[in-house]
Structures are given as structure tokens and as C-alpha cells.
Design a protein around this ligand. Structure first.
Ligand code: RB5
Length: 150
């Protein structure tokens, strides 16, 4: 991290999310975020779980404040990530939900579908997600009610 670095965002993907991960990573670096890239780093078929676990576990433990996960649809990554305590993963494909996932849900993992949305839209969503703060207040009260669910 240098003096202008804003935050380190941890990012992971499977083979279906790899091309989009590279675009998102380049955008984040251009915007002065630092990036912890856990892979994958090719189009060779892998299990999305291996990479989703690394990102979700790190965010769950507070090692990184926020992360981004990308697979083909985003579904596997979001289902997996939301099993982790303290993780609020939001699978987004349009701007309004992306903004609200930050404002109302304090989403700490953004999930994208690399086979669902194009690169330009994905970068727009990452911009919105990284720039939008949490509203807090009544929304924090609701998030607090996520504790000890069974
Ligand atoms: C991989 O083929 C695909 O299943 C994966 O990227 C993801 O879409 C799973 O939810």
C-alpha cells in the first residue's frame, strides 16, 4: 500500500470468472485500491469453492474489510460466502441493488456473474459498490438481528 491507497480488497474467482476478475482488478488498481488476488489465474476448470472460501473466510475473520467474488453466474459464490459468519455477500447485476446492498445491507462481499454481465457493467457496479457508504441506523439494527441464527 502507498500513501494514496484507499483499502485492500480481496478478490477471487473461478475459471468462469477469471476474465472479468482481471478487468475488475485493473479497475480497482487504477482507482488506488490495493488488491489481494487469491486466484484463480487461468481458464482451466477449478472448483469455485476453493477460491470462494479463501475470500469469505478472510472477510469473516476481519482480515479484509471487503471482498469481491466472481464465478459464472455468481450463484455458487454467493451461496457459499453467505454461510460464513459476518459475511453479507450480495450478488448484483444492476446498479440500484448494488447501491442498496451497501446502503441498507452493508454488503461486504460483492458477487458478480462473469457469464451474466459484461465488463463495462461490471466495472460500473464495482465503482458504485466501492463508493457507497452504509446508511447505518435502523439498517444496523436489522443486521444485528442476523446473529445466532439456527
Ligand atoms: C462453473 O462451470 C460454474 O458452475 C460456476 O462458475 C458457477 O456459475 C457456479 O455457481
Amino acid at each position: 500500500m502507498n500513501e494514496t491507497t484507499k483499502e485492500t480488497i480481496i478478490i477471487g474467482c473461478d475459471h468462469a470468472g477469471y476474465p472479468l476478475k482481471e478487468k475488475v482488478k485493473a479497475f480497482l488498481l487504477e482507482k488506488d485500491f490495493a488488491v489481494e488476488d487469491v486466484g484463480t489465474n487461468s481458464l482451466e476448470s477449478v472448483n469455485y469453492t476453493d477460491f470462494g472460501k479463501k475470500v469469505a473466510s478472510s472477510v469473516s475473520k476481519g482480515e479484509f474489510k471487503r471482498g469481491i467474488l466472481i464465478c459464472g453466474t455468481g450463484l455458487g459464490m454467493s451461496i457459499l460466502a453467505n454461510r460464513y459468519t459476518n459475511v453479507r455477500a450480495a450478488l448484483c447485476s444492476e446498479g440500484f441493488s448494488t447501491e442498496m446492498s451497501r446502503r441498507h445491507n452493508d454488503s461486504n462481499i460483492l458477487v458478480l456473474g462473469g457469464r451474466v454481465i459484461g465488463e463495462s457493467l461490471a466495472v460500473d457496479l464495482v465503482k458504485i459498490w466501492t463508493e457507497t457508504p452504509f446508511d447505518g441506523g435502523r439498517h444496523q439494527t436489522r443486521i444485528d438481528q442476523f446473529e445466532n441464527l439456527i
